[in-house]
Design a protein around this ligand. Structure first.
Ligand SMILES: C[S@@+](CC[C@H](N)C(=O)[O-])C[C@H]1O[C@@H](n2cnc3c(N)ncnc32)[C@H](O)[C@@H]1O
Length: 249
């Protein structure tokens, strides 16, 4: 669909508390008025600049810079800079995280996302960030695609704002974890509620197993990922560390 540069969007005035994937905007472009859920990324990416205006300017998302800074700081503490980083950016979207790492001199970035609109938006809006960008489903990765991914010899995996909420499930994250080489830097974040005892997403157990056996955790912190429609902070936890070995599948 084609949108004009004159489109506008509104945050609804609602009393009820919606979960992160239930929040929505009203988009107006000429005669067209559309309700778009925050997690309908395919619709958001189609509108140039909407993702940035909504999540970064209005709702003050800061995860790409928080994760990129944490990664840079921890690498520096270990006597490394980013100029040799060969990054697999899983759930790359329109390239906000890729851009942060590129600006910090990462050698090579490959984006992966499950929807074609993400690739289209990344190539449209940040054409110089990724060496390659693949539309792939890591929950069911074709052996040919897996081989191609391995041939990139990634030494870094980043996944930002893409775990949980019907986005990337634990098994897809573990597939990516196993594709990058031993000794790779791993940087990701996740909503803190997925790490609580009662949560059923499976992330808590997966992360516990990772940090006990497969991942040398260097740093982690809680921070405000963004604000919700009511102006309340959404807290995430960020993790940075080094892969030790593969997780058995
Ligand atoms: C909130 S966006 C984050 C994009 C980018 N990482 C950022 O921080 O701006 C989440 C992205 O994860 C992608 N995604 C959801 N499920 C996925 C999956 N199974 N595999 C790869 N990407 C997925 C979505 O299409 C979306 O582009």
């Amino acid at each position: 669909m084609i949108f004009t540069q004159e489109y506008q969007f509104y945050l609804p005035q609602i009393d009820e508390h919606l979960d992160q994937d239930e929040e929505f905007i009203i988009l107006e472009d000429g005669d067209r008025v559309e309700k778009i859920l925050f997690h309908e990324y395919h619709k958001i990416y189609e509108v140039p600049g909407l993702y940035e205006k909504l999540f970064y300017r209005r709702l003050r998302c800061q995860s790409p810079t928080v994760i990129a800074d944490m990664l840079a700081e921890n690498m520096a503490r270990n006597g490394q800079d980013m100029s040799r980083l060969r990054v697999l950016d899983l759930g790359a979207g329109n390239g906000m995280v890729g851009e942060e790492l590129k600006n910090r001199n990462a050698e090579m970035l490959v984006g992966v996302d499950v929807i074609p609109e993400a690739k289209m938006a990344a190539l449209r809006d940040r054409s110089d960030v990724y060496e390659d960008y693949h539309v792939l489903d890591f929950t069911d990765l074709d052996p040919k695609d897996e081989l191609e991914m391995r041939s990139c010899r990634f030494n870094c995996l980043v996944t930002v704002a893409a775990l949980g909420f019907g986005d990337i499930p634990p098994e897809a994250f573990l597939t990516a974890f196993n594709i990058v080489e031993n000794g790779s830097w791993i940087a990701f974040n996740i909503r803190d509620k997925f790490l609580t005892k009662d949560d059923e997403s499976g992330f808590r157990d997966v992360l516990q197993n990772l940090t006990e056996h497969h991942f040398d955790l260097k740093d982690s912190k809680k921070y405000v990922h963004r604000y919700n429609l009511h102006g309340e902070p959404l807290t995430y936890k960020a993790f940075v560390g080094v892969k030790l070995n593969n997780v058995e599948e």
